[in-house]
Design a protein around this ligand. Structure first.
Ligand code: 5GP
Ligand code: ZN
Length: 111
């Protein structure tokens, strides 16, 4: 499949890896918008949040466990951070392999 994040998971495209296990892969965003900006993605191709169902929601739960662990490693657990999932056109999703941005070390406005 011609998916940039599948290629990152299988090593065809290099990335600055932070963490990986059987279910998820985490790496630094190539174009960081905050001093800490990494992505946590399922290894399995799931195109977006619309595709979450009872067969794969355990992976999403695991993504959030990993984020909590990595937030401590990056020393943003106490200062805070934002987890972002962009879905579809209006959400601004550009890569159609579900991913969760973790944005930290910058005070963010809303929205
Ligand atoms: P989206 O707009 O779909 O929510 O976010 C896609 C994110 O993936 C963007 O922040 C973009 O910088 C990042 N990205 C796109 N291609 C690559 C890549 O090849 N390597 C890395 N590390 N990040 C990428
Ligand atoms: Zn993919």
């Amino acid at each position: 499949m011609d998916c940039v994040f599948c290629k990152i998971v299988n090593g065809e495209i290099p990335s600055k890896k932070i963490y990986e296990d059987d279910l998820v892969y985490a790496f630094h965003d190539i174009n960081p918008v905050t001093p800490v900006h990494f992505l946590v993605i399922p290894k399995k191709h799931i195109s977006g949040a619309n595709e979450i169902d009872e067969s794969n929601s355990h992976i999403v739960a695991h993504v959030f466990e990993v984020i909590a662990k990595l937030a401590k490693e990056f020393d943003i657990d106490k200062s805070g951070y934002r987890i972002v999932n962009n879905c579809g056109e209006d959400g601004g999703q550009t890569v159609h392999h579900m991913h969760f941005h973790v944005l930290g070390k910058k005070k963010l406005n809303w929205p």
